[in-house]
Design a protein around this ligand. Structure first.
Ligand SMILES: NC(=O)c1ccc[n+]([C@@H]2O[C@H](COP(=O)([O-])OP(=O)(O)OC[C@H]3O[C@@H](n4cnc5c(N)ncnc54)[C@H](O)[C@@H]3O)[C@@H](O)[C@H]2O)c1
Length: 340
């Protein structure tokens, strides 16, 4: 039985706790850790977890913890991932690895120094069936050469009143940056960022146009105040046709001369299956030591951070920005997992 600790028991941590408790045969939820002890207790009680804590470093060091899921705020991800690497424990770290590409490189160095991959990143879109089918359409050749990928990320409203366009790029867009890199199998080389004008003081949508090393164009709309629902769309256009994501809804209501499907209020329902698949792959990684073929790693975390930094600069300057990455370390080409 793999004993899992969850650090950070907010919205995402609570979801992870339920998945470990209900959907991962072979795993036991050993500890729920949160700075807020009442929060840790409430999630632990709901999931029948073994223990609670408010000290993440003590949890990582515990002999009765085999693997860690980090779902605390962004700024804690790199330090806690490094602590897991130092302790020799595999970690599923929520995205982003860090909002700073320099800090991502520090985690990469720590992993390279220890000689084995320990960190799987929570870019779970890769496990969503729609993106899996887009990737298959490219690898099988049916779509022909890929030309464009259009992406829309819409939330009902901004999480905080002081949310900015730069935050749309650094907090929301990394999911799109990661999954587009994954589907197209290439890197971004430049980005421009634009915003229309709203009639109020809420943050306006951000629209980015990115070029890839293989000469494709990618559009990404991040609209954090879309008002009507949580809505993610994507369309991959190839020379032989196009493949687009359908709105995922189990039912349609037909009434009063109209037909409608519902939208979720946030991401948790839409991506539940992807989170479960991701966490199952994490458990297999812990059990076998083999890093999952489609999962994001620290290199992917670095790439997402570099693109976000260039995107934020493009928005601030109004100028097209080059995206320049260090060469991919051989270490990540090999996908060497932590020893079982
Ligand atoms: N993969 C996804 O789709 C997805 C979706 C939402 C959020 N996230 C990521 O998950 C992380 C958490 O987001 P959230 O929406 O659950 O936030 P949240 O604010 O709801 O929860 C964060 C929790 O962490 C706790 N915490 C803060 N510092 C801590 C520390 N040092 N040690 C232990 N606990 C600590 C807080 O008390 C809080 O309960 C963020 O990094 C976010 O980017 C990922």
């Amino acid at each position: 039985m793999t004993r899992v600790a969850i650090i950070g028991a907010g919205l995402m941590g609570e979801d992870h706790a339920h998945i470990v408790a209900q959907d991962l045969p072979g795993a036991r939820l050993q500890v729920v850790c949160d700075m807020d002890a009442a929060r840790a207790k409430s999630v632990a009680d709901a999931t029948d977890a073994g223990d609670i804590s408010s000290d993440p470093h003590a949890v990582i060091a515990r002999a009765d913890v085999d693997a860690v899921i980090v779902a605390s705020p962004d700024f804690t991800h790199a330090p806690l991932s490094k602590a897991c690497i130092a302790a020799g424990k595999p970690v599923l770290c929520e995205k982003p690895l860090s909002q700073s590409s320099v800090e991502c490189l520090e985690v990469i160095e720590a992993e390279k120094n220890i000689g084995k991959q320990h960190v799987m990143l929570g870019f779970m879109r890769r496990f969503d069936q729609s993106y899996i089918e887009m990737r298959q359409a490219l690898t099988s050749g049916v779509l022909g050469r890929p030309l464009m990928m259009h992406n829309f990320h819409r939330n009902v409203e901004t999480p905080a009143a002081d949310f900015t366009g730069a935050m749309a790029i650094t907090n929301s867009a990394p999911h799109e940056f990661d999954v587009v890199r994954h589907v197209l199998g290439t890197e971004f080389t430049s980005v421009t960022a634009h915003q229309p004008r709203r009639s109020d003081d809420r943050v306006a949508p951000v629209v980015m146009v990115l070029e890839t090393a293989d000469g494709q164009l990618v559009t990404i709309e991040i609209n954090n105040n879309a008002a009507y629902g949580y809505d993610v769309r994507a369309e991959l256009v190839g020379e032989a046709g196009s493949i687009a994501m359908n709105n995922v809804a189990y039912t349609r209501t037909d009434m009063k001369l109209a037909s409608g499907t519902r939208y979720d209020a946030d991401w948790r329902g839409r991506y539940h299956e992807a989170y479960v698949r991701q966490n199952r792959d994490f458990l297999r990684f812990v059990e076998t030591g083999n890093f999952p073929e489609i999962a994001s790693d620290c290199w992917d975390g670095y790439c997402a951070a570099i693109v976000a930094e260039a995107g934020a600069k493009a928005l601030a300057t109004g100028q097209k920005q080059p995206i320049t990455m260090i060469p991919k370390p051989d270490f990540y080409a090999a996908k060497t997992g932590v020893a079982a």
